[in-house]
Design a protein around this ligand. Sequence first.
Ligand code: NDP
Length: 525
Amino acid sequence: MTVQATVTDDSRETFDKFSPVDGRKLGTYEISTASDVEAAVARAREAAPRWRDLSLDQRFSYFDRIREIIRREGERYAQQISEDTGKPLVDSLMTELMSIPLFIDYYEKEAPKALKRRRLMPQLLFPGKTSYIEYFPKGVVGIISPWNFPFQLAVIPMISALIGGNTVVLKPSEVTPITGELIRELFEEASFPKGVVEVLQGDGSTGAALTGSDVDMIFFTGSVATGRKVMAAAAEKPIPVELELGGKDAMIVCEDAHLERAARAAVWGGFLNCGQMCVSVERLFVVESIYDEFVELVREEVARLRVGAPDEGSDMGPLTFSGQLGVVARHVEDAREKGATIAAGGKSKEGPGQFFEPTLVLDVTTDMEIYREETFGPVLPVIKVADDEEAIRMANDHKYGLTGSVWTGDKKRGIELASRMESGQTSVNDLVTSVGNPALPFGGVKQSGFGRYHGHEGLYSFMHQKAIMVSGDFMSVEPFWFPYAAKYPTVFRTFKGLLGGNMVTALKGFWDMIQMTRNRAGTGE
Ligand code: NDP
């Protein structure tokens, strides 16, 4: 067990955190109640106008401190995240921490451009008028984050929301409360003004209270099942939601791929973070002409993986969430029963901790759970296909569409296949790392969710757009204003001129309409 709820003497519910590596108890945490949520949202709302009124430079002085703390304390942070999740220290540094300063650097350059008021090109239909688009913050943003990358998947949306002038209430996962505390400490140490960032430890009930509270937007990362509940709660208000949900990502290995590179990538993409990634390789399509050679390379790579605790120089740790062990075992068993070949691993490891062997599954068919549902564990299912056309057809014939990859020596063909893949992000001869590119928008299609973060889009997600049109006041009237009497033939002539591309007729029509409006033509005045 990773977590277990208990009740203390003062009747405040708490939960215990256990180590995924050896089952030791690591701490006890209070569950924030609905009234805690209400109070936190009220503090965030009170702080919102002052935070919104700061200049971008002033806001970035706080993010500068975040960057500095992560640089200074990175090693300690990595150790605590690894203790919480069981992931290798390399992963904690590389996938949880490193991206934060990089995103701040990126946004420091890009946010002033992305968020400044923009003047649009004048439109013929609206002579003498100037149009602008500007952005203003949505207000108080509720962020609900998962346990698989508990630091990064909370802090990047938090920073993206805060840059635009929103205040934030975070509900981290109960599975990783040590990281939840670390995030609280980070923002406290960076001396953010009171109420600008609130962190509420708790369980699903805390998350539900947050979605039902007085927030202005919910940014949710997690499973499809919970995402549906979040969206239903948001619909009651209604408030905007962004959903970053699950995946069943396809990797397509074409005949002309660099097989050794692709094999190492498949194993990294399938077993990184013990396969607990929304962007894991969960369906590996291999063209039959290179299938045997490629699968042998993958098998050798899987055999080289070192599994163990974070401090043992391991490539892969235990599963972070105890409940995931059952899902992984069930998927592997279902595949075995339906005729799949377990070419490596296939079971939990003996002894303490939530370890599952790195598992390679061959002869996977579309009726297997391992093909249809997200496994979210250290399992790499391989599917033999006739050619890359069959691979792309199968890759797209699925309810999920988060990321994917195509492996080929022909980059042009690779980009063509990547464009045809129904996903939010697709790489050619690469995988997973595109998620860490701060300039690239990230998010899913189909049941993988909607909305984008990262890149300029990642700021706009947390902003309202406002359109402003300014008219010169040199004319006393406008062509479209009342009275309409006797105007119809002239409007019709103008309309035909505009649509037919006859600008002389159109402009003459506008001029006549202005004169008719000014003279109140046809009204007898
Ligand atoms: P869950 O959906 O179980 O939980 C996500 C968050 O929602 C947790 O903080 C959880 O709290 C909270 N929560 C639980 N019940 C409710 C509720 N009724 N209302 C509001 N919030 C609630 O997902 P997991 O944590 O198990 O994360 C794994 C899933 O996340 C996978 O499907 C994975 O693919 C997806 N994911 C998607 C990513 C993306 O960017 N698209 C990235 C990473 C993961 P608690 O944990 O305390 O119960």
